[in-house]
Structure formats: C-alpha cells, structure tokens
Design a protein around this ligand. Structure first.
Ligand SMILES: NC(=O)C1=CN([C@@H]2O[C@H](COP(=O)(O)OP(=O)(O)OC[C@H]3O[C@@H](n4cnc5c(N)ncnc54)[C@H](O)[C@@H]3O)[C@@H](O)[C@H]2O)C=CC1
Ligand SMILES: CCCCC/C=C\C=C\C(=O)C/C=C\C/C=C\CCCC(=O)O
Length: 257
C-alpha cells in the first residue's frame, strides 16, 4: 500500500512514539490528522510540520481518547477536510498503576472506542474504502511486566482485540487490516515518568530495571519503521509485531480450534 494520497489519523500524536509515527507517515506521502489531549505540544508539532511539509498536509485536533464525543468529532473533521480516512493508529497510552482505572480507560477502552468509531468511516460495509488500523500495544501485551499488572492487562487486551477484529474483518468484509505493534522499552516521557507511577508495585522498580538493562532501549526510528511495515505490507493482517533493539518478530500464537 503506497502512502501518497492516503489519509491517516494518529492518536497520542503530539509526543513520543505517536510523533515518530506521524513523521514517518508524512515522509512517505500521507496527510495526517494529529489527535492529542496535549494542545501545547500538538500545536508546536503542527507548526514544525507546517514548515517542512506545508500547512495543508496536517491538522491538529485536541482530543481525549476517553471521550466518545471528542473522537467522533475529530474523525468527522478529518473526513470532511481530507475527504476520507485510510489509516488509523490508535497509539495514545499511559502507565500508572495507582490510577489503574484510567490506564484501562485510555489504553484499552480508548483503542476499542477509536476502532469502532473509525469503522463508520473506513469499513466497506458503511460506504468507506477500507484501509488499515494499527494499535500500539507493547511487549507487555505478549508477556508479563511484573511491576505493571494493569498496564500488562491492557496491552494483552489490545493484542487480543486486534487479532479478533482482524478475523471479524476478514469474515465480514470490512476491507480493513488490523495489526498490533509490540515494542520493548522506548525512551519517551511515558518511560521516564513511570518509576513514580508504579503504586503498590514500586518495590519492583529494581527488578524492572534489570529487565530494562537486559533488553536495552529501542530508538524511535526502529519503532516507526515497524509501523510503516505494518501499514504498507498488505499481506499483514491480525499480526502482533514484537519490536526489540535490532530485532523484530511476527508472533505466532497457539491454535486452539
Ligand atoms: N515508551 C515505552 O517504553 C513504550 C510505550 N508503548 C506504548 O506506546 C504508546 C505511546 O507511548 P509513548 O510515546 O511512550 O508515551 P508518551 O507519554 O511519550 O506520549 C503519549 C502521547 O499520548 C498522549 N495522550 C495521553 N493520554 C491521552 C488521551 N487520553 N487522549 C489523547 N492523547 C493522549 C500524550 O499527551 C502524549 O502526547 C502508548 O500506548 C504506550 O503504552 C509501548 C511499548 C513501550
Ligand atoms: C521501573 C521503571 C519502569 C519502566 C517501565 C516503563 C515503560 C514501559 C513500557 C512498556 O510498554 C513495557 C515494554 C516492554 C517490557 C514488557 C515486558 C517485559 C517482560 C516480558 C516477558 O518476560 O516475557
């Protein structure tokens, strides 16, 4: 799938991994609607992108993925301005084991909400042209991060939801591919602020640091390249792509039936 003329929506686009996803999609010719709850960071990224690509290539929409109303309005505005939606990256996320209900609300419910609302624009069953949805999970969607049980649960949820949606899409004819991205640790704000967000599991910070030391840190471009692959490779549907420093792997899962 070539990206020239394609329209993408990225949530959590103002910083970190979402910003890197936005940049690689634009480098490859897509127009991008940047959705984020942080208006200051979003406006400043939009300004920088305008200088490089021109004003008409992006829009920033202040949007909290916890709000059905705000996501709906943002998708509507994107479709009205750019004509359609081809690509959705449900990327917004947080890690806080103290405010764990909010972690579930953003990381899992936000991905489900975004996906269902996007179907109204993208699914061939609703008059859309199909496309691809990439959900940012984590390596913690494939194995346990002991200091972060609720975060781990949300990311396992994202991987399972994405695989089931891929199967539903194939069976029903949505014309949409669904893949999840499972990076190991990446040097972003989420990573640097987490030590103070472990709540009752803060005693496990040193153990987590040992895992970090063993796995190493990913750079943002490795993560963005993997997203580009999941977006453009039309053979990929229902995949969970594990991304680690200098290594990536499409996961296989046991077949139960
Ligand atoms: N940093 C890491 O080590 C890893 C992060 N991830 C996942 O990658 C995704 C992005 O994380 P990072 O870039 O590291 O975080 P980050 O904190 O650097 O950036 C997250 C962005 O999402 C936005 N955001 C947060 N809550 C939002 C909401 N309710 N509505 C809309 N926007 C919201 C923030 O304003 C920010 O711009 C998350 O889903 C995270 O779980 C996955 C694996 C590793
Ligand atoms: C004490 C500091 C904690 C820092 C954690 C910060 C961010 C983590 C973000 C993630 O999404 C986690 C990424 C990778 C690790 C996930 C699992 C590791 C163990 C997997 C296994 O044992 O199979």
């Amino acid at each position: 799938m070539a990206l020239n003329g394609k329209i993408a929506v990225v949530t959590g686009a103002a910083m970190g991994i979402g910003k890197a996803i936005t940049e690689i999609l634009m480098q490859n010719g897509a127009k991008v609607a940047l959705l984020d709850v942080n208006k200051t960071a979003g406006d400043s990224l939009k300004e920088a992108l305008d200088k490089q690509y021109g004003q008409e290539k992006t829009m920033f929409l202040c949007c909290n993925v916890e709000s059905e109303e705000q996501i709906k309005a943002a998708f509507q505005k994107t479709a009205e301005t750019f004509g359609k939606i081809d690509i959705l990256c449900n990327n917004a996320g947080m890690l806080n084991e103290s405010t764990w209900e909010k972690t579930i609300s953003i990381n899992l419910v936000g991905v489900i909400r975004g996906t269902y609302l996007a179907l109204e624009h993208m699914s061939k069953l609703s008059g859309g042209q199909g496309g691809v949805i990439i959900n940012t999970a984590s390596m913690a969607g494939l194995g346990p991060l002991p200091s972060c049980p609720v975060y781990t649960a949300t990311k396992h949820g994202v991987v399972g939801f994405t695989r089931a949606m891929a199967a539903a899409s194939t069976a029903s004819g949505y014309g949409i591919r669904f893949n999840s991205l499972c990076p190991s640790f990446v040097q972003t704000d989420l990573f640097t602020t987490t030590k103070s967000n472990l709540g009752q599991f803060s005693n496990l910070a040193d153990m987590t640091q040992l895992i970090i030391d063993k796995l190493g840190m990913l750079n943002m471009s490795e993560v963005a390249e993997s997203v580009l692959e999941l977006v453009t490779d039309e053979t990929k549907n229902g995949e969970a792509l594990l991304v680690m420093p200098k290594r990536k792997q499409y996961m296989t899962f046991p077949s139960i039936i």
